[in-house]
Write a protein that binds this ligand. Sequence first.
Ligand code: ZN
Length: 448
Amino acid sequence: MNMSRYLVPMSSLLVVMFILLACAPPAPATAPATAPTAPASTMPVAQPSATPVAVADTPTPSPTSLAIISLTPAASTAPLAVLSQTYDDPAGFWSIRYPAGWTIRQSGSETQFRPTESSPAFLGVSLHVKARDVDAFTQSIVDLLRSRAAAWQTVDDGPTPAAWAPGRQIHYRRTVDGAEQAGTLVCFVRYRIGYVLLSEGPVATADSTTASFVAVMDSFQPADFADVVPYDQWSVLLTELDYLSFHSPADSTPARDIQRIAAAYDEAYADNAAYLGVRLDRLVDVYLYPTRDMRYHMTARDAGFAMIPEYEVHSLWADDEQQTPGHEVVHVLTGNGWGEAGEALLGEGIAVWLDHSGRDHHQEAADLLVSDQLYPVRDLLGDGWFQRDGAITYPEAGSLVGFMLESFGVSKFKRIYLASDFEAELQTAVGWTLPELEAAWHDYLHQH
Ligand SMILES: [Zn+2]
């Protein structure tokens, strides 16, 4: 390997590694763990993963590998595992190599690798959507890990030397459920996808597998999708109104349609900003993808979305399917101009209602009502929103919010939208109970 590339990060890492290796007995990598049971994953469902502290057993890390802590094999007294197996992420975003006999399990969105089923030490890999800035992303993961720990110590924190993405690598100790854990966290961001590699295990038993974890982590490779065009190669077009900035790959469908797209977005933006009483003080960046696959490969999302704090919209503009010019921008307008919706039902509903699609949202809801497919509104509150069929919930929310806006006006709707207690504020602001609102809305739809 080219040592000069890694001199800075390695200098501190080597020290950490030495400490960890020093307390690890020279048992074979495949030896059964001494800890009785494996702790449940310490990561939340949406927040995975991991990377280890160990000695690489791989011959020579490729220049594009993580090269986390690549000591020469001679530096370790522990036998080095042979990474004879390859795990390919089913979604195609990454692959990693690991020793034969290791177990793989899914914990939420995290894929975990362990030397044995009962090993308390593990390495986890997970992807996170809506990531842009690697430092902010890393901090969000650290905050999460710290939130579950009685004590936390950052041992070191620095850039990863990986060539394919900017990243951070943090070694830490934390105490969870009375047990001191040593961990390595590697976070990086590619396009708008955050990657987390996390390895963690008890300090007391750390351990014979440390070297193997490092080797496994070092073998991590993100996929290079043929259809991805990095954002820095996209074209940028400012509209004359100067509050929207469009981005698309050159010579793509959105690039060719950009004048028509800009006109539609400008109209929707101007109408909605005025209607909502919102004036944003910065540009909204609109990323237009020419294919679903490209959007997925660059965002890990299979639908359009808004990154509200970043003032970004990610949307599909393909030959055969174009997202509306209003929906995602309304999320940016309301999210930054009003605040976070107390209910996803209302946050999505207003984005549907103001989507400038030209569709009759009340007619769509009326059709669903007649065919008895509308959900009871109460079922769509809180997490209930996320557990129902989006093909019903979106048009239902759009019509319900439209009815509320038409009935109560924007300012009273805004109070209800922002309230943490939807039903209480509905009562306070307009004197209606939820059943009264639902009945009035259904009556309206029957006459629509
Ligand atoms: Zn939405």
